[in-house]
Ligand binder design. Structure first.
Ligand code: PLP
Length: 472
């Protein structure tokens, strides 16, 4: 356990010299900035690759030491700071394992950055549809059997790409088995663990995919650890994915002027995690327990827990999550997100001695729930769910983009190849991705989703009843 923060220390030491800036950035340590006084002081530390401050792309000093401590904290062979979010990590890990035309087995409810990576790397995805988790009402994980069938059918696959935990804190129940199975087929497992940077602190938090032997794991440190937005980690272990491949792509994908404030916050977040003690665990659990107890006494409110104790879902039956979110925001409480059923809260990973105004929050939540009673109710339907378990797009991303695209009314889309992803939330599983054909069943499912009130992400103009398709 170490309190050291090499990059934070290097930055402080550098500023103590009261350096005169004749270098970039142009704000000259904040001097020329007209940002408000509350913000400007931080710019004194927004520096560049100066003597003693190392270089993210060729680390030899403070950044190297900070990244070594990161690897130590997560028990990996090599770990990297990311300054462009897990988005950059997902891109780099996919580029690192495949050549254009290679097959990759992908859990279908992955983040758009995975879809973008597949498209940019010109990989050929084999999509596996996840199961539905009744408890959290979200798309969860894959079954080992499903992955085995895909590996048998596509033994030449270059990777299995998983997402765990999901946004709502549901961890893949068969993660360990899926990783072991993939390794039997000598296929590396890449895990987008963007929502699980904190899992390394151990029970009652579920185990990280790193513990189960995943080859590459990406963490959005900024989502659950005290890191600045965009700050993320990438970890690699084992023999199957070469760290040099990852560094090659990280150099291409990340800025050549990474933010030192951002990197310092990653060093700090790692130290926060690295020094999380049993006493911190106990204190967090006790505060959470009391908060839950308080919430469960609020009439009409249902609190749903998931695998990750940092996530809580709040529901008021017959009112949508969107309506509840609106009332909570009117009380100054900002949840992470809402869906048709619920709102999602991300709790703070408190340490012993830190406080959070839970009692006050509980009373505002109570007021919000009470105010909701005067609003019209919504119908709670079952989210329309796709049954297709394994699928491969009929056309590659390249074929779609070279053919060009056009917008057609949805009544004329049957039989046409989609040129955009259409993703209903919930469940967050793409109904269609570029290269797949709009069947009448898929179009009917789209109508069901619209009737259900799902918010539809992706590339579409559904307000005008238009869908983007490949030109014939
Ligand atoms: C599962 C998942 N992966 C990756 C990302 C992208 O992470 P970042 O915002 O750190 O780039 C997100 C963002 O919400 C996500 O939910």
């Amino acid at each position: 356990m170490t309190q050291r923060r090499p990059l934070v220390e290097a930055l402080l030491k550098f500023q103590q010299q009261q350096p005169v800036s004749f270098h970039v950035p142009g704000h000259k340590n904040g001097l020329l900035s007209t940002l408000p006084d509350a913000i400007r002081p931080a710019l004194a530390y927004d520096v560049t690759e100066l003597e003693g401050l190392d270089d993210l792309h060729h680390p030899e000093e403070a950044i190297r030491e900070a990244q070594e401590l990161l690897a130590e904290a997560y028990g990996t062979e090599e770990s990297f700071f990311l300054v462009n979010g897990s988005t950059a990590g997902n891109l780099a890990m996919i580029y690192a394992v495949c050549e254009p035309g290679d097959r990759i087995i992908v859990q279908r409810n992955c983040h758009k950055s995975i879809f973008h990576a597949l498209e940019l790397a010109a990989a050929v995805p084999v999509f596996l549809t996840p199961t539905w988790d009744e408890e959290t009402m979200t798309a969860a994980g894959l079954e080992a059997l499903q992955v085995e069938q895909a590996l048998q059918q596509y033994p030449d696959a270059k990777a299995v790409v998983l997402t765990s935990p999901n946004y709502y804190g549901v961890v893949q129940a068969e993660l360990e088995a899926i990783i072991a199975l993939s390794h039997q087929y000598e296929v590396p497992v890449l895990v987008d663990e963007a929502h699980g940077a904190h899992l390394r602190i151990g029970g009652p938090f579920p185990a990280s995919a790193l513990v189960h032997g995943a080859d590459v794991v990406v963490h959005s440190a900024h989502k659950t650890l005290p890191a600045m937005t965009m700050g993320s980690f990438l970890h690699v272990q084992g023999e199957m994915v070469k760290p040099e491949q990852l560094t090659k792509y990280l150099r291409m994908l990340q800025s050549s002027s990474p933010s030192y404030l951002l990197m310092a916050s990653l060093d700090d977040a790692r130290a926060y995690l690295h020094t999380y003690t049993q006493a911190d665990h106990r204190s967090f659990e006790e505060k959470r327990r009391l908060f839950l107890e308080g919430l469960s006494a609020i009439p009409k409110l249902t609190v749903v827990e998931s695998d990750d104790p940092l996530k809580l879902m709040l529901r008021v039956e017959r009112w949508s999550g969107f309506q509840l979110k609106e009332q909570l925001e009117a009380e100054g409480i900002y949840p992470e997100l809402a869906d048709a059923y619920q709102v999602l809260l991300v709790l703070p990973l408190l340490k012993s001695g830190q406080s959070f105004p839970f009692a006050e929050i509980r009373s505002r939540i109570k007021d919000a729930v009470k105010a909701l009673a005067s609003k019209p109710r919504t119908e709670w339907l079952a989210a329309p769910f796709q049954k297709e378990m394994m699928s491969e797009p009929e056309y590659t991303f390249r074929e779609v983009s070279s053919a060009g695209c056009e917008w057609v009314p949805w009544t004329k889309a049957a039989g046409r190849v989609s040129a955009g992803a259409v993703i209903p939330y919930p469940p967050g599983i793409p109904l269609i991705v570029p290269g797949e054909v709009w069947s009448t069943e898929k179009l009917a499912l789209l109508m069901d989703n619209l009737a259900f009130g799902a918010s539809i992400q992706g590339e579409h103009r559904l307000k005008e009843k238009l869908l983007k398709v490949m030109k014939r």
